[in-house]
Write a protein that binds this ligand. Structure first.
Ligand SMILES: [Zn+2]
Length: 294
């Protein structure tokens, strides 16, 4: 007997439903353990899953609220906005992509600079926003880091970058790559002023960001289980044709191999930072001695 109708794929409906993220509303489903919590519960818990400790990705506004005293801070350099200098078109024109990203996030670009106090001590933070074109590093990101450093030097304050980025912004091509050299040079000026640079890596910190400012901290710290690396694990695996060790490119692996000073859970972030700042302000960073000067 021939069958006219055959079910090619089973459970079509179920698999489609599973793929859907929980809709924006009062509930949040943990991407790791699939437990559901209310948004309020999650917010009270620093956006960390109360059941499995998964650190959900958050942006500058949330980090500033967590770190700065009474959630009070000033946002600087918001007049710096991105431009489509190359008339770049991929899936869509870059200038259109920028307008859409600005409308959906309410942000000007992937970097926000906030100045405030941490247990009474001043701090300048440049924090990346992953929701703005994957936290990609364009000219505005680099320029805001540069201005943030100038501000820190002028006011004798420590400087921190919170990295969360897919890497370079390909729509800005060489203008994006130039930010690696520019930010590295500015960090040297900060060190010459005896002021510390705290690099805080969160999930994910990859590409040109890892290859420049993320790994240049006087102290390099990270959130638990954050992906940190240059090329992604899949690319490396395909290149070297070998299986990678368990936990490769995660914070814990990097700590074991000497790339990080410590890992900090978000609920302890403010206390830990406060300790780091007071230590550095009592033990100023030494001016780097270049090989040529020796
Ligand atoms: Zn969870």
């Amino acid at each position: 007997m021939s069958t006219w109708f055959r079910r090619v794929r089973k459970n079509i409906l179920t698999s489609t439903q599973e793929k859907k993220e929980a809709p924006d509303g009062i509930w949040h489903k943990c991407p790791e353990c699939k437990t559901t919590h209310t948004k309020k519960e999650l917010e009270d818990h620093f956006y960390v899953c109360p059941k499995c400790n998964y650190h959900n990705r958050i942006n500058s506004a949330e980090y500033f609220d967590i770190i700065f005293d009474e959630g009070a801070y000033e946002v600087h350099f918001e007049n710096i906005v991105p431009k489509d200098k190359l008339g770049f078109v991929d899936m869509k024109p870059y200038d259109k992509r920028l307008v859409e990203a600005q409308a959906s996030t309410g942000l000007k670009d992937a970097m926000t600079v906030g100045v405030g106090k941490v247990n009474g001590q001043g701090l300048v933070i440049a924090c990346m926003n992953f929701n703005f074109i994957g936290g990609s590093m364009g000219s505005v990101v680099g320029e805001k880091i540069a201005r943030g450093i100038d501000y820190a030097i002028q006011h004798k304050l420590p400087f921190m970058i919170i990295s969360k980025s897919g890497g370079a912004r390909m729509m800005e091509s060489a203008f994006s790559l130039m930010q690696m050299a520019k930010t590295s040079a500015k960090l040297t000026q900060l060190a010459k002023a005896g002021l510390p640079y705290i690099s805080f890596m969160t999930d994910p910190t990859t590409g040109g960001v890892t290859a420049s400012y993320a790994m240049l901290g006087d102290i390099n710290i990270a959130e638990p289980k954050a992906l940190i690396g240059f090329a992604g694990p899949r690319v490396i695996k395909e290149t070297i044709k070998k299986d990678l060790p368990a936990g490769f490119q995660r914070s814990e692996f990097l700590l074991d191999h000497g790339f990080l000073d410590f890992i900090v859970e978000r609920q302890n972030l403010k206390q830990k930072l406060s300790g780091v700042i007071s230590w550095f302000m009592n033990n100023p960073v030494q001016e780097p001695v270049s090989a040529a000067a020796e």
